[in-house]
Write a protein that binds this ligand. Structure first.
Ligand SMILES: [Zn+2]
Ligand SMILES: [Zn+2]
Length: 714
């Protein structure tokens, strides 16, 4: 994962506003309302006039979730037989969507519940109970029979509905992926990743749940990728392993970045990647016609989409800003966008990242001027740190350096790679004799040097941090150096950024950062830009995307100020289906596609689930204690005194009494269990050891370490 975090421009903020309990767990059995009506053998709710939206498996049976959100408990599990009747779903031309799809028990984990311990202010006892319950329910998942799942894709008279499913990106900034579906045609827009919440210990990042797409693999007509940031392309290598490699349409810069990412996973894109131009290209994907137009962003080649569908024309604008004077000299397609309003736009999807920021987002030309000013006034060496995907900004630095007679050295692997790629596709042009190799740079006077570096977020292993610590193989910060941090710290990174700044000062350098000068601008439009987009496209419906819920709501309010009906502003959740009915009405539904958190940790995708995360949380909060007993099977006698090992729980040498008491407790349990030569059930003995030790340790310390009991018969 080297170089990943520093090439990423946005990162999810821990959004506690998520409402996971409302969603079907991946382990649940969603049964469409329509099917339940036609199927008398399916559970009929006690509550009058209510329908079952989906079933949720519990330890003992099932819970039916009704349309009004209430729950009714069923004594028995919803089995394959009960749901098999859902095959009465409407027939269509191909059997693929009409037949109920059989899905094996999910391998993807459900999203982890928040820890219930100190963070939530709950009593420690609650923590323990929750954990245990989760163990039980997770345990039943694996033994559950395969479940047939159908989706609510048709009107009662059998007409297909146009379905819009944000698989991610509407509850966080990250893991953007939106599915458009009509009958047998699906297109996917973006496949991004997000960085984990702070409580997902050790997880590298999170990707969207692929289950729905896997089930409908044959219907995928193509994927459209709006731009090359990791929150839009980062999940592609993992997705294509599951759903095959659909043909992908994107701009040249995006294609270059996707190829780099695929290469890291040993995947060759071949002819699956198709480059389109944001200046007027169109493609037909099943019933969908996608027209591309140019938008500005912090990376070149960002595109907006006009999607012509059977339910009307949609405009999909994620990650954009309007810049009349962008670094690459290519402003957004204003004429085209202005023309959209006249055509009649049914739905506008728009970027909510900066919905809280008043005014306009400043132009990149302002940033360039600031950079030129700094380079002019500085006598010594200049080091400029930024994201490696900020290809436009690199161009600006190179231009500014060139204008001032300086040459540029690029350090940091991800920065070098992305510049190489950008040069390769002519997204960046280098004036002659401007770029230096490391060897050349050694002989250049400090006053003639600009160094472009990674590490603007204070990342520990990135170049800037190593230079500040004096650990870089070539450049180390010294007296007279000026370091420009051309980025704003992502929420959560402020401390590491200020730590790196302190190290730079300590080494004799001097730092210029965004609070002092406009040396960074956002890639996302602010309120006035957002309003302009709404005013130009004049949509009937408005769906804010790309942001946490509070930003989506703020953005919807802006749309209402501009005359969009309150009822026609749709706030969705990850996985929640928005449907467009044949009569032109668009509404949010209670239906969710499977959308558990799929966590990637090292090489493992989805193998770190609830239980692993909970264990990590328990260990991180209270440490662990292992009790080992070895017993002779024949005599039932302990071979040695039980061993007690602990990590992160207590300092054992200073807690002799506690350890001795724990040891006696283990000895007593084992002796009792094997008394008189009886054959004890080993798992029962272990469970008793675990249970009684946990209780004992809590009583004595008010801490809840993870207790692991080991029993060996010899
Ligand atoms: Zn972006
Ligand atoms: Zn984004």
């Amino acid at each position: 994962m080297k170089g990943l975090k520093d090439s990423f421009s946005t990162r999810p903020i821990d959004s506690d506003a998520k409402e996971p309990e409302k969603k079907p767990e991946v382990t649940s059995t969603p049964v469409p309302t329509q099917a339940t009506e036609k199927a008398p053998s399916v559970y009929i709710p006690k509550k009058p006039d209510q329908k079952v939206v989906f079933y949720q498996a519990t330890a003992r049976g099932s819970t039916a979730i009704l349309a009004d959100g209430s729950k009714e408990r069923l004594p028995a599990k919803v089995t394959e037989q009960t749901t098999a009747v859902t095959s009465s779903a409407p027939q269509t031309s191909t059997p693929r969507t009409s037949a109920p799809q059989t899905v094996a028990p999910m391998r993807t984990p459900t999203r982890p519940a928040r820890p219930m311990g100190s963070r939530m202010g709950g009593r420690p006892g609650e923590h323990r109970n929750t954990r245990r319950q989760n163990r039980i329910s997770a345990g039943t998942t694996t033994s559950k029979p395969a479940i047939k799942r159908t989706y609510n894709k048709f009107t009662p008279d059998g007409k297909p509905k146009l379905r819009i499913i944000p698989a991610g990106g509407v509850e966080e900034i990250g893991k953007n992926m939106t599915i458009f579906e009509y009958g047998d045609d699906i297109i996917v827009v973006d496949m991004g990743l997000s960085f984990p919440d702070t409580d997902m210990l050790g997880v590298d990042f999170v990707i969207p749940d692929a289950t729905y797409l896997v089930e409908h693999k044959a219907n995928i007509r193509g994927a459209v990728i709006t731009h090359g940031h990791l929150d839009h392309i980062g999940a592609i290598p993992y997705m294509i392993e599951k759903i095959g490699f659909p043909r992908m349409y994107c701009s040249d810069v995006t294609a270059g970045l996707i190829k780099l990412r695929l290469e890291e996973h040993g995947i060759v894109a071949g002819d699956r990647m198709q480059v389109v131009s944001p200046d007027g290209d169109s493609i037909q994907l099943g019933v969908f016609k996608v027209n591309f137009f140019r938008l500005n962003h912090s990376i070149p080649g960002a595109m907006g989409l006009e999607i012509e569908t059977p339910a009307g024309n949609f405009v999909y604008a994620t990650d954009w800003k309007f810049d009349y004077t962008p670094a690459d000299g290519k402003p957004a397609s204003f004429q085209y966008i202005a023309g959209l309003g006249g055509k009649g736009i049914k739905v506008l999807f728009s970027d909510s990242t900066n919905a809280e920021k008043p005014g306009h987002t400043i132009s990149e030309a302002v940033v360039e001027q600031a950079l030129i000013g700094i380079i002019q006034e500085t006598k010594g060496r200049i080091i400029i740190a930024m994201f490696s995907t900020l290809i436009n900004r690199m161009q600006q630095v190179i231009n500014a350096a060139h204008k001032n007679g300086r040459m540029v050295l690029v350090v940091g692997r991800s920065m070098q790679q992305s510049l190489e790629m950008a040069i390769g596709i002519k997204a960046v042009t280098i004036p002659p004799n401007t770029l230096l190799s490391e060897r050349q740079a050694r002989n250049i006077d400090d006053s003639k040097l600009v160094i472009l570096s990674t590490g603007a977020q204070g990342e520990d292993r990135a170049a800037l941090s190593r230079m500040a610590k004096g650990e870089h193989k070539m450049i180390n910060i010294k007296r007279g150096d000026t370091v420009v941090i051309s980025a704003s710290p992502i929420p959560g990174n402020e401390r590491s950024v200020s730590h790196v700044m302190d190290l730079i000062y300590k080494a004799g350098g001097h730092v210029i950062y965004n609070k002092q000068l406009d040396i960074h601008t956002s890639g996302h439009g602010s309120q006035e830009d957002l309003k302009l987009m709404i005013a130009l496209t004049k949509p009937e419906y408005f769906v804010p995307i790309h942001g946490e819920r509070h930003k989506l709501i703020l953005h919807a309010k802006l749309a209402q100020e501009l005359g969009v009906d309150r009822d026609k502003c749709i706030i969705s959740s990850d996985g929640q289906v928005i449907e467009c009915l044949p009569d032109g009405k668009i509404q949010i539904t209670d239906e969710y596609i499977p959308n558990g958190y799929v966590m990637v940790d090292g090489l493992g995708v989805g193998d770190v689930g609830n239980i692993v995360i909970r264990d990590r949380q328990a260990m991180a909060q209270n440490g662990m204690l292992v009790a080992i007993g070895i017993v002779e099977r024949k005599s039932g006698k302990l071979v040695t005194s039980p061993d007690i090992i602990s990590r992160g729980f207590i300092y054992m040498r200073e807690s002799e009494d506690l350890v001795n008491d724990a040891r006696s407790m283990v000895r007593k349990i084992i002796t009792e269990s094997y008394e008189g030569g009886k054959q004890a059930d080993m798992s029962e003995v272990k469970e008793r050891m675990r249970r009684e030790l946990s209780r004992f340790l809590f009583k004595r310390t008010e801490r809840e370490p993870m207790v692991i009991a080991v029993l060996k018969e010899v």
